[in-house]
Design a protein around this ligand. Structure first.
Ligand code: FMN
Length: 382
């Protein structure tokens, strides 16, 4: 079996990255650091850079995510700083009006030259958006009903001259929105419940997925494609994976043990409390509550090991789950990202999982060899 997958990086716009621990790399979440990460990702041949939207941190000894850059404005800067990589920003449908984001997206389409994509979040938790009075106490279905109106209104504004729209949540009267984007931006959503999948498959281009374990991830990925088939549609699936590399499996595991030893228990408990206020059908919330019980800085389901081990695990997930993309989280977004792109991606190709990163690595190696031969020849002549 052989498959092409997109590789992207979940850039660390929140301090501490995704490992709430006093012993993990001290990620500062500044624009400068995220710019460096995104430029590196572009150079390494990654397909996309995604940033999250988060409004409230979890405190604790690390002050986890107390500092977060805003997603749309960060990605506007990164769209201008880059030239090839896809630039995906996140918005909460409860926070931003669709007409505001429709115009922001059209602007970002120009800044990026057509590389802009949108990650829609229909949920999150009552503390995050509630702190500013913007959490709407809708049940799960209600949230996706709102998201459905939201994306319908945005898509109409991207296509039509004037829009009249009478919804339960939004009203548009002779609403004009220019400029139009050259084409509708790629829209993804991480609604990992069946309701979330139905919304995503009907209205968006791709499903972001995460899982408590590898088996859970594969089953969610296959479930998304099953629902797409039921709806007579297609969708792309992108798995969110935390990857912790080492020279050997033992070295990688030692990193995990070290991060777990320094876990910020208070931050994890706060996160579990905030998501625990609203579990219902929300699969992500259930995971956060579980994380608050496990109290691990590195969540179960992370991919840990030497490059060969990581490649074997990721190839298994891609082929078993028929995945179309991987969104990467790493502890150190410079060194570890380089390891994944230059050492894991070529090994993935040997296992039938092809990425632009592997091609970029092979091209860089061939160019370096050609440059070295030219220098040797020149030295011989001299
Ligand atoms: C790749 C990925 C990116 C996400 N980005 C965000 C984000 O930026 N902000 C946020 O609040 N939640 C984010 N989430 C979480 C989910 O979008 C959110 O909890 C959603 O409500 C879960 O959907 P469900 O309620 O259908 O399970 C992300 C999840 C994944 C897998």
């Amino acid at each position: 079996m052989s498959k092409h997958v997109e590789l992207g990086v979940f850039i660390p716009v929140g301090n501490g990255g995704w490992i709430p621990s006093v012993t993990s790399p001290d990620i500062r979440s500044t624009y400068g650091y995220n710019r460096e990460v995104t430029l590196l990702a572009e150079q390494l041949g990654l397909d996309f850079a995604l940033s999250m939207a988060k409004w409230r941190g979890y405190g604790g000894s690390t002050g986890h995510w107390d500092y977060t850059l805003e997603s749309m404005t960060t990605m506007a800067g990164l769209a201008d700083a880059t030239s090839r990589i896809q630039i995906w920003a996140t918005v909460h449908t409860m926070i931003f009006h669709p007409a505001v984001v429709a115009k922001m997206a059209a602007t970002l389409d120009q800044i990026s030259g057509g590389r802009f994509g949108l990650n829609l979040v229909a949920g999150s938790n009552p503390s995050d958006q509630g702190q500013m009075g913007l959490w709407r106490d809708l049940d799960h279905r209600g949230r996706y009903a709102l998201a459905e109106e939201w994306i319908t209104a945005a898509r109409r504004l991207w296509s039509e001259d004037r829009v009249d729209f009478d919804g339960e949540f939004y009203t548009l009267r002779d609403c004009m929105s220019y400029p139009k984007p050259r084409r509708h931006p790629q829209v993804v959503c991480a609604g990992t419940s069946d309701t979330g999948f139905r919304f995503t498959i009907s209205h968006c281009d791709g499903c972001f997925l995460s899982g408590q374990s590898h088996a859970d991830l594969v089953s969610r990925a296959l479930r998304a494609k099953e629902i797409a088939a039921e709806l007579g549609r297609t969708t792309k699936t992108y798995a969110l994976l935390t990857v912790i590399p080492g020279e050997t499996d033992a070295e990688a595991q030692a990193r995990v043990d070290d991060y777990n030893a320094g876990v910020d228990v208070e931050a994890l408990r706060t996160q579990a409390f905030e998501y625990g206020q609203d579990v219902r059908e929300n699969t992500m919330a259930r995971r956060m509550v579980q994380n608050g019980r496990d109290l691990l800085a590195v969540s179960e389901g992370s991919v840990v090991g030497a490059p060969e081990t990581i490649a074997a695990t990721i190839a298994g997930l891609v082929l078993d789950g028929d995945l179309d993309g991987i969104t990467l989280i790493v502890p150190d977004f410079l060194d570890d990202l380089r390891t994944v792109a230059t050492r894991v991606a070529p090994l993935l190709a040997e296992r039938g999982v092809h990425t632009l990163a592997a091609t970029a690595t092979a091209t860089a190696a061939a160019t370096a060899t050609a440059a070295a031969s030219t220098m040797v020849a020149a030295a011989g002549r001299g």
